[in-house]
Design a protein around this ligand. Structure first.
Ligand code: PFF
Length: 455
């Protein structure tokens, strides 16, 4: 179907709708759960600065590349490559994208389920006067249990499917337009609380005052991987969303706005968390448990903590939802356009299949812990393969496709539709996607394969 004439497709109805949906995809667990904890693990500001460099030099150009491919083809990620490069192997990049989407959503839904449970715990005053050790055992008892995290995960998947089921304009766009401003509001309230705590300055210093001696090779590489994950790049999410953007839209401006929004929210999340962590004398480098184990302890000691803990986990859930719909949409658009399924059927088939894998991910925290591959349980395996392998690999091919296959002229044609093209900026963009982005990603892989040790 995707090689024939353009199918009739849904489109975003406004510029704000495009930005809300795309920023909604980018801003998620990556910003609020992962960014603060990896910044903590890798030493704070120095990590942040490297991350910002990757965002500007690699993230932004690849985001623009994805939007360009999407709008030019007006197809799902597999159909897009098939249409723009007929008869070639480029469509395998689409296969990679759809597979990565399914894997990511499987474990993403599990973590989102945890955050719903923590909203419930916060509301019922469940953090009470628990000690840090009790908080930790409460968290692990919960995620290892074979029933309740699965119920929350399924509940989250049903919400995700419900929104995608309704469609692009009436589902994804409508909810993103409502949920994103809500998210910004919540995070600002949390920031005001955090910076007015006694001892907040130390946290801000940790976040903004770089000590480059703390930077390790692993930290640099994680910064690159996280740039992909956080901006939703490398698996065709923004190809898919780009395919719903009308020709009048100024794509470079949209890419810039979404990148800035995602980065700003990550920094705001850092501002909400580190001052509080330092003010209450807690280790900033406590890892993935930072928001589920460490923060509840912080809330417990903070004036107004009951209220702010509810707001925080609500924020996490909302952010996860606007991202999960974008991940599911990659698979749904593929099923719909390539397998000729109706949207409703695609949503149910894709959602149910992914939810089933998600159930096993959740079980792999507890009863199925023993089943490991390369020493990783299913949850960690899917996280590792998708974030460290598939997204950067997808990003590499997307950059090469735009830089070398489409080439300057065809890119210019597409970008000129919605904006005047500034020649030197276009040259910078083409240079970045031709050389810099693929080169940097190649370095990550060589490091990953152990060919050399970076740092
Ligand atoms: N960007 C999302 C986050 O930061 O949580 C996660 C994500 C969404 C990754 C979509 C990849 C993707 F294609």
């Amino acid at each position: 179907m995707s090689n024939g004439k353009l199918p009739v497709r849904d489109v975003f109805s406004s510029k704000f709708g495009v930005i809300a949906a795309a920023a909604g995809s980018a801003v998620g667990l990556g910003n609020i759960w992962k960014f603060p904890y990896i910044t903590g693990v890798y030493g704070g500001a120095a990590f942040l600065f490297v991350y910002l460099g990757f965002i500007a030099l690699i993230g932004l150009p690849i985001m623009l590349s994805e939007l360009t491919i999407g709008r030019k083809s007006k197809r799902n990620v597999f159909g897009a490559f098939k249409f723009l490069a007929p008869g070639s192997a480029w469509k395998l990049v689409g296969v990679l994208g759809v597979s990565a989407a399914a894997m990511i959503l499987a474990f993403y839904g599990v973590v989102a389920g945890w955050s719903i449970d923590y909203v419930a715990k916060a509301v019922s005053g469940g953090f009470g006067t628990k000690s840090p050790a009790e908080m930790e055992s409460m968290f692990f008892r919960f995620i290892e249990s074979p029933v309740s995290p699965i119920l929350y995960q399924l509940f989250f998947m049903v919400m995700t499917m419900g929104i995608v089921f309704v469609g692009v304009k009436d589902g994804i766009e409508k909810y993103a337009k409502f949920l994103m401003p809500l998210l910004v509001l919540i995070i600002i309230v949390l920031d005001i609380r955090a910076v007015t705590l006694k001892g907040a300055m130390e946290g801000l210093r940790f976040l903004f005052n770089p000590d480059f001696s703390k930077l390790t090779g692993d930290g640099i590489l994680s910064a690159l991987g996280h740039a992909f994950f956080s901006l939703s790049l490398g698996m065709g999410t923004l190809v898919t969303y780009g395919s719903y953007v009308d020709d009048k839209n100024n794509l470079p401006l949209t890419a810039l706005q979404v990148t800035l929004a995602d980065t700003a929210i990550a920094i705001l999340a850092g501002i909400a968390i580190f001052p509080a962590v330092f003010a209450f004398g807690i280790e900033p480098s406590s890892g993935p448990g930072l928001v589920f184990i460490t923060l509840p302890n912080v809330f417990q000691q903070m004036p107004g903590g009951y209220f702010f803990s509810i707001l925080f986990f609500l924020l996490l859930t909302v952010a996860a939802l606007t991202s999960s719909i974008s991940i599911l949409e990659v698979v749904v658009a593929y099923f719909q356009e390539e397998l000729n399924l109706k949207r409703h059927v695609s949503t149910i088939v894709a959602g149910v299949l992914i939810a089933i894998v998600g159930v096993f991910c959740s079980l792999s925290m507890g009863v199925l812990k023993e089943f490991t591959l390369f020493n990783l349980n299913l949850f960690d395996l899917l996280d590792w393969i998708s974030a460290n392998l598939l997204l950067p690999l997808g990003g590499l091919f997307i950059a090469l496709f735009v830089g070398w296959f489409l080439g300057r002229k065809r890119v210019e044609e597409e970008l000129a539709k919605g904006a005047g093209v500034i020649p030197w900026l276009l040259s910078v963009f083409i240079f970045l996607v031709k050389f810099i982005a693929p080169g940097a990603i190649a370095i990550v892989f060589l490091h990953g394969l152990g060919v050399f040790n970076f740092g």
